[in-house]
Design a protein around this ligand. Structure first.
Ligand SMILES: CC(C)(COP(=O)(O)OP(=O)(O)OC[C@H]1O[C@@H](n2cnc3c(N)ncnc32)[C@H](O)[C@@H]1OP(=O)(O)O)[C@@H](O)C(=O)NCCC(=O)NCCS
Length: 331
């Protein structure tokens, strides 16, 4: 079974409600129809019901039974505005501003997730990463045990000899441009959690990547990775995490043995932590474009699951991301 088939089977086992703030966007409407038909989630579309139905007719697709909520006329508006005001008044949000913000489907959707009216949120077919991430960070915040929000990319590689039968988790490839050593340690712990929950890895083996393996090079950038490795071991003493190590040392058994002898991770890593966003973002695209891997992105560390799409996403990408969000919502 491919990684995404494993995720979909999990999503079907305990169906969650996922709100889609870009509810009248054509790919989103079609994805909602598929999600409902395949029992992957209970999608909730936000927007003008007339426009959403017209969009569905134009595709055409069946949206019978899918909940549609128009934030502009919802009876929840004042409850959400009051809560938003309470949460953000210290940051300068007035009651009037809160009234205005909750009419925006993105904020309305985030408030649905915050209050438990929906189990998770997916957007990004129209909005940028920042448009969704900022309200999620401000309102939903991080899990109590996590200091930061970051991302993991689940890479399904054609070479089944690497990682976990070809599956690797890469982090962080989207959120934290230049993490400190402590933040990098939290990214590693969160990625191991994602590997367990979403990919079903029984034993995440986390490699902290660098251009140096076990002291082969000296540089302040390498020191950051060795500090992050030490901190990750302190935060999660039972986690198999090791570094610093080069990419080949992490995934090629013979090179792992020669460059990091005795390491419980080297040569057999299934979770790869990049030292910063430039490395992570470039790394996943190389694996995808040259390595031929399928890749699936999720945010990790948020107190309730919200995920971002690329604006160039396909209907299938939306379906997959909602399925992953639903599994994250299963707790
Ligand atoms: C994540 C991101 C959107 C935050 O935006 P920002 O404008 O820097 O946000 P701010 O610094 O104003 O922070 C907003 C709130 O989020 C919190 N926050 C910011 N980054 C956070 C993180 N990674 N984890 C947890 N909280 C975070 C801040 O503490 C702040 O909370 P507060 O308002 O309650 O004090 C920004 O870091 C970013 O753009 N990252 C790169 C995204 C990107 O372009 N990726 C490539 C796309 S593929």
């Amino acid at each position: 079974m491919s990684m995404i088939d494993i995720v979909k089977a999990k999503a079907r086992s305990d169906v969650k409600s996922i709100v889609l703030p870009e509810g009248d966007e054509v790919r989103t409407v079609e994805a909602a129809s598929i999600l409902m038909k395949e029992g992957l989630a209970r999608p909730v579309l936000l927007g003008d019901p007339v426009k959403i139905r017209e969009t569905a007719e134009g595709i055409p697709c069946d949206i019978e039974g899918i909940e549609i909520i128009d934030p502009a006329t919802s009876p929840k508006l004042s409850q959400y505005a009051e809560l938003l005001y309470e949460l953000r008044k210290a940051k300068g949000v007035t009651r009037e501003k809160a009234d205005e913000l909750v009419r925006d489907p993105m904020y309305f959707g985030i408030m649905m997730v915050k209050t438990g009216d929906s189990d998770g949120l997916v957007s990004g077919a129209v909005h940028t990463t920042g448009d969704m991430l900022r309200p999620a960070l401000q309102i939903i915040k991080t899990k109590p045990e996590m200091k930061i929000v970051s991302s993991s990319f689940l890479m399904d590689c054609p070479n089944k000899d690497i990682g976990e039968n070809g599956l690797l988790v890469y982090a962080d490839c989207v959120v934290m441009p230049d993490p400190t050593a402590e933040e990098l340690a939290y990214i590693a712990v969160a990625a191991a959690d994602t590997a367990r929950k979403l990919c079903g890895f029984d034993e995440p083996r986390v490699a902290m990547l660098s251009f140096s393996s076990k002291g082969s090079a000296k540089h302040a950038l390498v020191d950051k990775v060795t500090s992050a490795t030490r901190i990750a071991k302190e935060i999660a003493p039972d986690l198999l995490v090791d570094g610093e190590m080069q990419f080949d040392c992490a995934i090629v058994p013979e090179i792992g043995k020669s460059k990091a002898p005795g390491s419980p991770v080297a040569g057999r890593a299934n979770v790869l932590i990049f030292p910063d966003l430039q490395a992570g973002n470039i790394g996943y695209k190389i694996t995808q474009r040259i390595g031929g891997a399928d890749c699936f992105a999720v945010l990790q560390g948020l107190n309730r699951p919200c995920n971002d799409l690329s604006r160039g996403c396909s209907v299938e990408d939306i379906v997959n991301t909602v399925a992953m969000t639903a599994v994250q919502a299963q707790g």
